[in-house]
Write a protein that binds this ligand. Structure first.
Ligand code: PLP
Length: 420
């Protein structure tokens, strides 16, 4: 992946000085790479009027990163009150925010409607009755179940908890319309880390077919379709990157055909998280222990609190050792949690690692820091931004014990039950 290589080529010559200044561990994100990816995405889809990326905030919920997204013209995809708050603090509101929640609470609805509102994407037909006030513009998340249209690439998300079924879809829009909605969108999210671009083309085809069908049945018009996130990135060196150019060209052709037939076309929205930032971050950590038992373990000063994906999903993250090449030995790279899945790599060929060596774990720019947790009382690390002008900026400090213990300061509150 050329952009990633470019990041590595710019980062490695200065990494020792960054480590000296900030100390390990830290995630560092590449502003130039994020901008290049964002501009390439906008360019690829420039043939579709009104194309817009809504950055999935959960991938990298850092205000400094969100400023970059905003400057690229992106909106934000949110699924929680905290993400809505961050998006509004970033200066984006109203139709610049898509709120795609699941198992939505009244608190969620209130937050969605506050401060200029947002585009509400309902996850279930029952929510039409539960939303305190039906907004003018409403969207539903579609779960196609066993697919009914097009080709067979899209699987059967029958077990996914998300969305409105095929049989509920017409009624969902009919009810929303009866409740006062007059502008409509249609959303789905079926992929995760998908490297086959045809999957996204088929998703767009399916949504356009649904839009044509619902429009003719109900006499409504759709302002947008949102094909969700899930665009993949090449985590493994042998993975081929997603062919965004072909994907955009084929989706643009679908929109042209729709327009030719219906004399208008909806806008196209996507909500990528991983694709936008994943390759543009690394977790930098120092080897602190080397342990030879039945296997060789390289112990580093970061743990799962900084990156859950390997432990949680068995996900592959490539690892490099600063200044060393080769596959001298096969090791497990571990954190310090009392959990045996606290490993960044299992039986990985690496150059021989000595205490003090700097390792960088690739592709931690999405669902990395954000997913970290505090089990065992391990603080999450700091985040840095490697700016296009070569400056390195602290964009989040590391957690302290005071942060971890903050919820232990509270007002006395005792409920007496039974006989007192
Ligand atoms: C997580 C999520 C995304 C982003 O997924 P990526 O794999 O990071 O692109 C987009 N939309 C919704 C609704 C999500 O839940």
């Amino acid at each position: 992946m050329p952009i990633q290589k470019n990041f590595e080529d710019r980062l490695t010559p200065v990494l020792a000085s960054i480590v000296e200044h900030y100390d390990t561990p830290f995630h560092i994100y590449d502003e130039e790479g994020i901008r290049e990816t964002g501009e390439a995405l906008n360019q690829a889809f420039s043939g579709i009027a009104g194309f817009r990326e809504f950055f999935a905030v959960k991938a990298l919920p850092n205000p400094r990163i969100m400023q970059i997204m905003k400057s690229l013209g992106f909106g934000f995809d949110c699924s929680s009150v905290a993400e809505l708050t961050l998006s509004r603090q970033a200066g984006v509101a109203g139709e610049g925010i898509m709120f795609t929640s699941n198992n939505t609470s009244q608190t969620d609805f209130q937050a969605a409607a506050a401060d200029g509102g947002c585009v509400l994407n309902l996850d279930d037909i029952s929510l039409v009755e539960k939303v305190p006030r039906m907004p003018e513009l409403i969207c539903f998340r579609y779960n196609p179940g066993a697919r009914r249209t097009g080709n067979s690439i899209i699987g059967a998300p029958l077990e996914a908890k998300y969305g409105v079924t095929h049989d509920q879809l017409l009624d969902a829009y009919r009810l929303a319309k009866a409740k006062g909605a007059s502008r409509f969108g249609l959303h789905t999210m079926l992929a995760s880390n998908e490297l086959n671009y045809s999957y996204m083309v088929e998703t767009a085809r399916m949504l356009l077919e649904m839009v044509a069908w619902i429009s003719s049945e109900l006499g409504i018009r759709f302002e947008f379709i949102n094909i969700g996130g899930g665009l993949g990135i090449p985590y493994k060196p042998e993975d081929a990157p997603l062919d965004i150019g072909s994907m955009a060209a084929e989706i643009t052709a679908l929109f042209d055909a729709f327009k030719a037939q219906h004399a208008y076309a909806p806008k196209l929205f996507v909500e990528s998280g991983r694709y936008m930032t994943g390759p543009h971050g690394v977790l930098v950590t120092r080897a602190i222990n080397r342990k030879e038992i039945y296997r060789t373990y390289v112990g580093v000063d970061a743990c799962m609190s900084a990156l859950m994906r390997p432990g949680m999903y068995g996900a592959y993250h490539h690892i490099s050792v600063l200044g060393k090449q080769g596959n001298d030995e096969t090791v497990d790279v571990t954190g310090s949690l009392c959990e045996n899945n606290d490993k960044f790599a299992i039986q990985r060929p690496l150059p021989r690692v000595a205490d003090g060596d700097i390792l960088y774990i690739h592709d931690t720019g999405a669902h990395g820091h954000a997913m970290g947790f505090n089990y065992n009382g391990k603080p999450r690390p700091k985040e840095l931004l490697f700016r296009a002008d070569g400056r390195v900026e602290l964009i989040r400090r590391e957690e302290t014990l005071d942060d971890l213990f903050a919820t232990l300061t509270y007002e006395d509150d005792v409920l007496v039950t039974g006989k007192a």
